[in-house]
Ligand binder design. Structure first.
Ligand code: AMP
Length: 279
């Protein structure tokens, strides 16, 4: 497995692969890898001959009072996991390498990124889109894989690719959960055992909403209210619960296939997100 620390070395590697007629898939991550990330890697291997994983805790997507400094990092463990998966290259730049001095251009999406998490994290998606486009450019990837754990992020990135004619194919990967149902996240490491237990309410509420939907109840207001009630009991603060179209993120009038039920809530000081797309 090659370790690239500079954009230039990654671009050169990708160019050589392309010259040899090979395709390249990119899996962007912030590291502290878990089975969710590794499932993306396995999917990427099916989509292209070469797989690059980026490991970069992107400072520009964290707000001033968020957890950039505390965000868990363990490069050695991450690299060992990626090597074991047969990844071809890891891209792990410093923030200075990634951004250079005094970058003054960033990418703003004006609709999908303003709702849900965007309403609570105003600079988040501009940071995400900017870094993701830079990663696409440096890696020259043909395909990029993103998890449905971050359903809004996936929708916003798909929109960027569509609206800016970015020459990359976006692939969405299923959300991976722990055995007890908690959505895997690097941030789960912040949870105490008691908080972890309380956090199970997130997926339980979504499971119940799915069961209600399957039983024929399709009123989104009722479904959202029921989830809100369950979260109010278990969580310390609820940022939002929504029932929206998974692609446009617009509220739905009736629950149906492709309705995204999504939520964000705090358990202790940890902000967790979870979602479920009705099928
Ligand atoms: P992160 O390191 O949290 O920025 O996530 C990197 C990528 O992994 C994103 O595309 C996430 O959506 C994806 N991801 C994170 N957790 C999960 C999960 N539990 N299941 C599926 N994909 C995930």
């Amino acid at each position: 497995m090659k370790v690239c620390r500079t954009k230039k070395s990654l671009s050169a590697l990708s160019a050589a692969w392309h010259r040899a007629g090979e395709t390249v898939a990119l899996v962007p991550t912030m590291g502290f890898l878990h089975e969710g990330h590794l499932s993306l890697v396995r999917l990427a291997k099916k989509k292209a001959r070469r797989v690059v994983v980026s490991v970069f805790v992107n400072p520009t997507q964290f707000g001033p009072n968020e957890d950039f400094a505390q965000y868990p990092r363990d490069e050695r463990r991450d690299f060992a996991l990626l090597r074991a998966e047969g990844v071809d290259a890891v891209f792990a730049p410093t923030p200075e390498e990634m951004y250079g001095a005094e970058a003054t251009v960033s990418l703003v999406e004006s609709k999908l990124s303003k709702v849900m998490c965007g309403a609570f994290r105003p600079i988040h998606f501009a940071g995400v889109l900017t870094v993701v486009l830079k990663l696409f450019n440096a890696s020259r990837a043909d395909v990029a894989v993103f998890g449905r754990k971050d359903a809004q992020q996936l929708a916003v990135i798909r929109r960027m690719v569509r609206d800016l004619d970015v020459p990359v194919r976006i692939v969405g990967a299923p959300l991976v959960r722990e055995k007890d149902g908690l959505a895997l996240s690097s941030r789960n490491t912040y949870l105490s055992p008691a908080e972890h237990e309380r956090a199970l309410a997130l997926h339980e509420a979504l499971d119940e909403a799915e069961a209600d939907y399957k039983a024929g109840r399709t009123d989104p207001r009722r479904s959202v209210a029921k989830i809100e009630k369950a979260l109010a009991k278990a969580c310390d603060r609820v940022d939002y619960v929504v029932a929206v179209d998974a692609d446009t993120l617009e509220p739905v009038k009736k629950l149906g296939p492709n309705t995204l039920l999504a939520l964000a809530a705090y358990v202790g000081k940890t902000r967790l997100i979870d979602n479920h797309v009705l099928r």
